[in-house]
Design a protein around this ligand. Structure first.
Ligand SMILES: Nc1ncnc2c1ncn2[C@@H]1O[C@H](COP(=O)(O)OP(=O)(O)O)[C@@H](O)[C@H]1O
Ligand SMILES: [Mg+2]
Length: 214
């Protein structure tokens, strides 16, 4: 009987340790405090939380952005997307299915962070063909937005590899997408659900987020 309580305490402590090691994102988030921080501080905080979850994601591909205070926002065929309450960040969690097309696009996007047509990516967890991507929050393009037709033109130019525009960043994007769809592995899927908008101090920028599909 005397040895029972210490044994129980030890086993509870071990269990707690196991939970902390395996579910590091299970923390209490004070949304009012966390999401009112300035952009750079918040980004650093989110990046470090996502880094803490790297091992658990690699082991079990388990990651729930709601644990970080994010809200579920939208679901596509391959991913669930969550947004921060301050609408400055989005987290895309790929579903449990192979999406090598998105992986190929993401590989290019990471090399194109200077190009405004690509989403800004701040953190990435990767296991085989599944990813958790922390990126900038972007807004949807409506039917009556001028960018709606722009996306259609961008799709046609990307299909043909037509880099006629004088804008070097657009030329780079068109060349990249054209090269991605040149093989048999994927098809062009560029439409106004897979191209969103960034609002800057000086205007609006089309950002291509998911232009090809497997
Ligand atoms: N950075 C973002 N900010 C806001 N919403 C986004 C963002 N990325 C994606 N979404 C929303 O989530 C939806 C699904 O994301 P997407 O990457 O297209 O996944 P899928 O491969 O499943 O189509 C998009 O159509 C869009 O509505
Ligand atoms: Mg999509």
């Amino acid at each position: 009987m005397t040895g029972f309580m210490p044994k129980l305490a030890k086993s509870l402590a071990q269990n707690l340790r196991w939970v902390q090691d395996n579910f590091p994102q299970k923390k209490h988030i004070n949304r009012a405090e966390v999401f009112f921080q300035p952009f750079v501080e918040l980004r650093q905080q989110l990046v470090s939380w996502i880094e803490e979850s790297r091992e658990a994601f690699t082991l079990r591909q388990d990651f729930n952005p709601e644990m970080l205070g994010f809200d579920h926002f939208d679901a596509g065929g391959y991913a669930e997307v969550y947004t921060s309450p301050c609408k400055r960040f989005a987290i895309r969690v790929s579903r449990d299915c192979a999406d090598s097309a998105y992986q190929d696009f993401l590989t290019i996007a990471l090399q194109r962070q200077h190009n405004p047509f690509y989403p800004k990516v701040y953190a990435l967890l990767q296991h085989e063909n599944r990813q958790v991507v922390l990126m900038e929050y972007l807004t949807l393009i409506d039917l009556d937005d001028p960018e709606y037709d722009e996306v259609e033109i961008l799709r046609e130019d990307s299909r043909l590899g037509k880099t006629g525009s004088p804008c070097p960043n657009r030329q780079e994007l068109v060349r990249d997408i054209h090269a991605l769809v040149a093989g048999d592995d994927c098809r062009l899927d560029l439409h106004p659900d897979n191209a969103l908008l960034r609002h800057t101090g000086t205007g609006r920028q089309i950002v291509v987020t998911d232009p090809i599909a497997g």
